[in-house]
Design a protein around this ligand. Structure first.
Ligand code: FE
Length: 333
C-alpha cells in the first residue's frame, strides 16, 4: 500500500510549481519579526514560515539533521550564535550586500553568523541617590563607595558572562577576577532575578545601581506596573578599558541543511536593509547595526554612546574563562 502512495505524493510534488519560501527557526518571539517578514514577502513574493523555539533550538536542528526544513536561525546573544556554529549546523554565507551593511565587529569572519541589532549592557542608576555622571566606567563599579549599593542578576547568565568576557578580553584573566570579586563585595544582595528585577529593587530602595540591557527600559515603559521602576532610574553608558560600552547582539545564521538557500540569502540581505534594520531595532528598543539606519526616538533619548571596538568573536573566546571566574569568586553565593 505504501508504494503507490509515495508515487502519488511524489507526482503531486513534481507537478506543483516550486514555491519560493524560507523556513525560520527563531528563539526570538515571532511578533518581533512578523512585520518585517510581511514586508519582505510583499516586496519579493517569497513566503516565510517562522517556528518559535524558546529552548533546544540546537538540539532540534541536530536531531533533524539533513532533513531539517529550517533555512535560517534567528537568535540573540553572541554565545548562542557561537554555540550554533560549534554544533556544526550552520553554513558560511558570503554576501557583498551583508558585508557592506553590517560592520565587521558584528559578524563572523567566516560568514557563519551575522549580527542584526545590538543592545548595550549599561548601568541603571537611581535618579535620587546617584548623581548624574557618577558612573563612567565598568571598572568604577568596584569602588568602595558602591558598597552594598549594586544589584545584578546571576553572574552565570549569558548577559553577564558576555560582559565579564569583555573584561577578560580587555584586562586579562587576573584583573577580571579581581574586578568581579570587587563587584561581589559591593552587592546589596545575592544575585537574583532578571534585569528588570534589579531596576525594581532600585525603585524599592534596595540598591542604587544595577547592570542591565538597554531595551528593558523600553519594555518597562510600556508596562503599567513597571513604568514606576523605569521612572526611578537613568541610563548611564559606562566605558570599558578606554574603548566603549559593552554591547551584545541579536543575529542570524543559515543552516547547513537549508533547502532554500537562495531565498534564505535574499531574506538575510533584506534583514540588513535600511527598512528592515529600522523596523527590527524599533520593535525591541534595540540599535540597528546598519550605520544609516537610526534607532527609535525613545532609544535615542537615552543618550549616545560609542560601542566597544573589540570584535565580538574575540570577546566570545573568553567565555570559558569567564565561567570559571564566576565560580572561583563564588559570585552567585
Ligand atoms: Fe533579554
Amino acid at each position: 500500500m505504501l508504494k503507490p502512495l509515495v508515487a502519488i505524493v511524489t507526482a503531486t510534488l513534481l507537478a506543483a510549481p516550486v514555491a519560493a519560501e524560507v523556513n525560520i527557526y527563531s528563539s526570538r518571539e515571532p511578533q518581533l519579526i512578523n512585520p518585517i517578514l510581511d514586508a519582505f514577502t510583499a516586496e519579493t513574493g517569497i513566503k516565510t514560515n517562522i517556528v518559535f523555539i524558546k529552548d533546544g533550538l540546537i538540539e532540534r536542528l541536530k536531531a533533524e539533521g539533513r532533513r531539517s526544513p529550517a533555512d535560517l536561525v534567528l537568535t540573540t546573544d553572541i554565545s548562542n550564535l557561537n554555540a550554533i556554529v560549534e554544533a556544526g549546523v550552520t553554513q558560511p554565507v558570503m554576501s557583498e550586500v551583508i558585508s557592506a551593511n553590517i560592520p565587521e565587529t558584528f559578524r563572523d569572519p567566516e560568514g557563519n553568523w551575522f549580527g542584526l541589532t545590538s543592545r548595550a549592557r549599561v548601568i541603571y542608576a537611581s535618579k535620587d541617590r546617584v548623581a548624574e555622571g557618577e558612573v563612567t566606567t565598568y571598572e568604577d563599579l568596584v569602588d568602595p563607595k558602591w558598597e552594598g549599593r549594586i544589584c545584578t542578576r546571576s553572574g552565570s547568565h549569558n548577559y553577564n558572562i558576555g560582559l565579564l568576557s569583555a573584561v577578560v578580553a580587555h584586562h586579562g584573566e587576573e584583573a577580571a577576577e579581581t574586578w568581579l570579586a570587587g563587584i561581589k563585595a559591593n552587592l546589596a544582595r545575592k544575585p537574583q532575578g532578571n534585569d528588570r528585577a534589579q531596576v525594581k529593587a532600585i525603585w524599592a530602595g534596595e540598591c542604587d545601581i544595577a547592570i542591565g540591557n538597554t531595551y528593558y527600559m523600553g519594555e518597562m515603559l510600556k508596562d503599567e506596573e513597571q513604568l514606576a521602576w523605569a521612572n526611578s532610574v537613568t541610563i548611564e553608558f559606562p566605558i570599558l578599558g578606554d574603548s566603549g560600552v559593552h554591547v551584545n547582539l541579536s543575529g542570524m545564521a543559515m543552516t547547513k541543511s537549508a533547502p532554500n538557500t537562495e531565498d534564505a540569502l535574499a531574506l538575510m540581505e533584506y534583514l540588513t536593509s535600511e527598512a528592515a534594520q529600522t523596523m527590527y531595532a524599533e520593535i525591541n528598543f534595540e540599535y540597528p547595526l546598519l550605520e544609516t539606519a537610526t534607532p527609535s526616538e525613545l532609544v535615542q533619548s537615552w543618550g549616545e554612546f560609542v560601542p566597544d571596538s573589540m570584535p565580538l568573536v574575540d570577546i566570545a573566546k573568553m567565555r570559558g574563562t569567564a565561567l570559571k571566574i564566576v565560580d572561583r569568586v563564588n559570585f552567585n553565593e
